[in-house]
Design a protein around this ligand. Structure first.
Ligand code: FHN
Length: 451
């Protein structure tokens, strides 16, 4: 076939496109802290988000062949050693008829949450959107059929205060080039999937392109990065790839390989990712100043729905976790695991409503707030509001005594939220600022300003 000369415009366009991509990649690699802080500002000021683990695993709900399966509900394929063809049959039962995206978003909104992170694809590889990368392992191959991610993204957009974000698992127990996940790699630290690079290039990246271009998530929350097939260089490449898809995108540190244990404390300061991800715990002193981080935690013990998991944490614990995290300069991502009908469990809804009640009074001490100026307060926590008000959260009520704050301010006024009319006085004494006139017992639970 006689070669045809390249059309100059085509050649020019191709080289321009490549240059643009390389230029973007260079910009991303050389981003300054200020550029990163500006891009992540909305997320940092949000301080409080909803984590949603939803997928096929809500159907077995922690039980298989009449046996209760240990571990998270979302791990049942692995933990119950279910043969993949048997697990695949669950898609024919997936029909969350009570799913109501507006209602999920409303629950997050009223709780004072400013973003939500949905498991678009968890470790089982099942996709909650009509991905073109597989036709038989996504939501269109179920009786439900609908694009759940689009309904949720649209509901967030309509709400206007809850930002839509996406969780994506690198580990994929279903894809033939990636399916030997943790179980196999737990036995050995050597790579298990010879074609894993093909999975990254020909499946994962095109899926991430679909997700970013179709649903415009604020954050991509990667997970399942610990498998030996996935390497730090892949993580750096994936971070750059996602950021070239949308330069405003925020990406967690699990895109890299530096999550130390479950703490999410990345020791390698050059590791890819915009924030650390401590899991089911709050670092004792937070992370070093200047490092963004977010503690993700469950309300009971499981991420994905488990019928038998009734170990619900008291609302006071959840509120105190929120205050503790913000007092250390972090974000709090609190999880719900909707059931197979698409409903957020009643116990979760109750806690979200109670947190929302507390937030009606205390949101200024959370949204946009920064870390406490004190190393430690023996009676509780403190945060600094966006207006520079110092918010004090006594976890131990002084029961009629003065509340002593290690401050030497000559003059300070104090008031008890929400009751504006409680006359508190302050006096400077040797051991700090004394706040006097607090009632013997904390304000009523409904309006208590101290969690
Ligand atoms: O294995 C997952 C687990 O199922 C859950 O999604 C948590 C949430 O952060 N992440 C992994 C465990 O670290």
């Amino acid at each position: 076939m006689t070669p045809r000369p390249f059309k100059p415009s085509l050649l020019f366009a191709v080289s321009l496109c490549l240059c643009a991509t390389f230029a973007q990649a260079a910009d991303i690699a050389s981003q300054t802290n200020h550029q990163r802080d500006t891009r992540t500002q909305w997320w940092r000021e949000a301080r409080f988000g909803l984590f949603i683990h939803f997928g096929l695993y809500a159907i077995p709900a922690g039980e298989w062949q009449n046996k209760k399966i240990p571990g998270g509900g979302e791990w049942i394929l692995n933990n119950a050693h279910i043969p993949l063809p048997d697990y695949e049959k669950l898609k024919d039962q997936f029909n969350p008829e009570k799913f109501d995206a507006k209602q999920w978003v409303q629950q997050a909104h009223q709780a004072g949450m400013r973003y939500l992170v949905i498991t678009a694809k968890h470790h089982d590889g099942f996709c909650l959107w009509p991905t073109k990368l597989n036709t038989d392992w996504n939501i269109t191959a179920t009786p439900f059929k609908r694009d759940l991610l689009k309904e949720l993204a649209d509901a967030c957009k309509q709400d206007g205060t809850v930002r839509f974000c996406i969780y994506y698992s690198i580990m994929d127990w279903h894809h033939p080039d990636a399916q030997r996940g943790l179980a196999a790699s737990a036995a050995s630290s050597s790579p298990q999937n010879p074609n894993f690079q093909r999975y990254v290039q020909d499946y994962m990246k095109p899926q991430l392109k679909e997700l970013v271009e179709t649903y415009d998530p604020g954050v991509i929350w990667f997970d399942g990065e610990w498998i030996p097939d996935y390497t730090e260089p892949m993580g750096r490449d994936l971070y750059t790839y996602c950021r070239t898809l949308n330069p405003k995108l925020i990406i967690n540190n699990r895109v890299g390989k530096t999550r130390k244990g479950m703490t999410g404390l990345s020791e390698d300061k050059d590791s890819p990712g915009d924030f650390g991800t401590p899991e089911q715990q709050i670092p004792a002193t937070g992370l070093p100043p200047g490092i963004d981080w977010e503690s993700c935690m469950t309300m009971n013990e499981t991420w994905g729905y488990k019928q038998s998991d009734t170990k619900w944490k008291p609302t006071q614990t959840l509120i105190r976790n929120l205050v503790d995290v913000v007092s250390k300069g972090g974000n709090y991502l609190l999880n719900v695991g909707p059931n197979a009908q698409g409903e957020i469990p009643a116990e979760s809804t109750k806690r979200l409503q109670q947190i929302g009640q507390w937030m009606k009074t205390n949101a200024p001490s959370i949204h946009g707030a920064s870390a406490s100026p004190f190393k430690k307060l023996y009676w509780g926590k403190a945060t600094i509001g966006q207006d520079q008000t110092l918010y004090l959260h006594p976890f131990v009520w002084p029961n009629g005594a003065d509340l002593i704050v290690p401050l030497t301010n000559k003059s300070a006024t104090a008031k008890l939220l929400p009751s504006e009319n409680t006359n508190l006085t302050t006096s400077n004494e040797e051991d700090g600022l004394h706040i006097k006139g607090l009632p013997a017992t904390p304000p009523t639970p409904r309006t208590r300003s101290s969690p």
